[in-house]
Design a protein around this ligand. Structure first.
Ligand code: FAD
Length: 465
């Protein structure tokens, strides 16, 4: 092969896992190629995930605040107009700035971006269309794709995945969201705030599976208060196209009763699955786990020497920051350096308003593990800053070991929970006790005082409740 086709490392996939890996490996002195089949870098996250969803969440929040909250501040606006076209243009420009940013970082760090679909031909060889790339080390970072529902055909116009729901050109009058997980409630919130009637249909008994039970109860109450119709313990059996719209047949899985929901658009948000199609994995003998994800060891090595995998395509939470941590870690490892990821303290966030965030263990998990714990809670209704902000729903909840006082989990429902969670994640990384957090001076008035007060509440010393 020509010199320009030989690399120390080839990364397949330019998402947050792959691009972070490529950049770090180049910084460590490797000659790196990153193969991406999309026309832009950044993967799911930057193109059709985290970034565009947050752009639309912000726009819809602004609109909602103007329509519902500004009057309370004495600000009245006549003849408010909304242009979904402009909102979508803004979203596109936010995405563009981000993906161009990754392109710039590739140039800056001398990472070669190879455009096209990569197929692993054999150990150390990848075909990208009619080009053969050789690299003694290969990292697979091909991410994930939306899972589908049997019997329901996605057309990305009326029956859509998150990608279609990020691209609606007008507000659907009636929207059904199948799946009450993070993506479903975030995108449901976007269109709800912009005026859609939204019905969330969820198979489980509750929304946002995996979150702390007490927070889930508060969150469901909040979604209902915001006007979201919730059908729990329910599954969609079929969707029929009729004159008055798309008619969903819904079965209550506990009662065995049936109902109909008629809508204009359906968002199918029932989870995501590892993307391993057409990679040539069978040919080289890469072993997958029972859920179709690439099996890796503690050093991200697959069953084939020289072949590694990270991010959504392997086990673990399907989150952009988890993918990036792994991308950097595997680059360090390949350069012969130590790395460390603590999977117990990967924060998770839901970007509704208010937001939900947690890190560490839920109360249910601690109970199941038979661990003795103490709880400290502080409601945002008691926070001066939250009152000034006009968002007093929710609380900070800290779970600490009953004996050692080590913080085991923190759950926040409230304004800027996504930012507040960083402080406690940092504290947990240093094995902090609730006493440690409680003894740190927090600026007043800030929402972060609620974190300190919740830590004080673990030992019954909160001042403001
Ligand atoms: P991806 O980002 O999926 O990137 C994989 C890339 O590989 C893709 O660009 C794909 O085109 C490319 N590829 C695949 N096969 C090949 C091949 N054979 N050759 C070349 N290229 C290939 N996570 C968060 O942490 N926070 C959020 O707020 C958040 N919001 C989300 C909102 C939505 C609507 C969605 C869908 C996801 C969201 N996620 C969020 C999840 C996040 O996007 C993923 O966890 C993250 O993108 C995973 O990164 P990755 O690098 O593993 O894979």
């Amino acid at each position: 092969a020509d010199k320009e086709n030989i690399f120390d490392l080839a990364v397949i996939g330019g998402g947050p896992g792959g691009y972070a890996c490529a950049i770090r490996a180049a910084q460590l002195g490797m000659k790196v190629a990153c193969i991406e089949k999309r026309t832009t870098l950044g993967g799911t996250c930057l193109n059709v995930g985290c970034i565009p969803s947050k752009a639309l969440l912000q726009s819809s929040e602004n609109y909602h605040a103007l329509m519902h909250d500004f009057a309370g501040h004495g600000i009245e606006a006549d003849s408010v107009k909304i242009s979904i076209e402009k909102m979508q243009q803004r979203k596109a420009s936010v995405v563009e700035a981000n993906v161009k940013g990754v392109e710039f970082l590739f140039r800056k760090n001398n990472v070669t971006w190879i455009k096209g679909e990569g197929v692993i031909e054999s150990q150390g060889r990848i075909r990208v269309e009619d080009r053969i790339i050789e690299a003694s080390k290969i990292v697979i970072a091909t991410g994930s794709e939306s899972a589908d529902l049997p019997g329901i055909k996605i057309d990305e116009v009326d029956i859509v995945t998150s990608t279609g729901a990020l691209a609606f050109s007008e507000v659907p009058q009636r929207l059904a969201v199948i799946g009450g997980g993070v993506i479903g409630v975030e995108l449901g919130s976007v269109w709800k705030r912009l005026g859609a009637e939204v019905t969330v249909i969820e198979y489980a008994d509750h929304l946002i599976n995996g979150y702390d039970g007490e927070i889930v109860t508060l969150f469901e109450r909040l979604m209902k208060k915001q006007g979201m119709a919730l059908k729990m313990s329910s599954r969609v059996i079929e969707i029929e196209r009729k004159d008055n719209g798309l008619v969903l047949q819904v079965e209550h899985v506990k009662k065995g009763t049936y109902s109909e929901v008629t809508v204009d658009k359906v968002l199918v948000a029932v989870g995501r699955k590892a993307y391993t199609a057409r990679l040539g994995l069978e040919k080289v003998g890469v072993v997958l786990d029972e859920r179709g994800r690439i099996k890796t060891d503690a050093h991200f090595a697959t069953s084939v020497p020289g072949l590694y995998a990270i991010g959504d395509v392997i086990a673990g939470p399907m989150l952009a920051h988890k993918a990036s941590e792994e991308g950097v870690a595997v680059a360090e490892h390949l350069a012969g350096k130590p790395f460390h990821i603590d999977y117990n303290i990967i924060p998770a966030v839901i970007y509704t308003w208010p937001e939900v965030a947690f890190v560490g263990k839920t109360e249910e998990a601690l109970k199941a593990a038979g661990q003795d714990y103490k709880v400290g809670k502080f409601p945002f209704t008691a926070s001066g800053r939250a009152r000034a902000l006009g968002t007093t729903e929710g609380m900070v909840k800290i779970l600490a070991d009953a004996k050692t006082d080590q913080v085991l989990g923190v759950h926040i429902l409230g304004p800027t929970a996504s930012e507040l969670i960083a402080e406690v994640t940092m504290a947990m990384a240093f094995d902090a006790s609730s006493e440690d957090i409680a003894s740190v001076c927090h600026a007043h008035p800030t929402l972060s005082e609620a974190v300190k007060e919740a830590a004080l509440a673990v030992t019954g010393r909160a001042i403001h409740i």
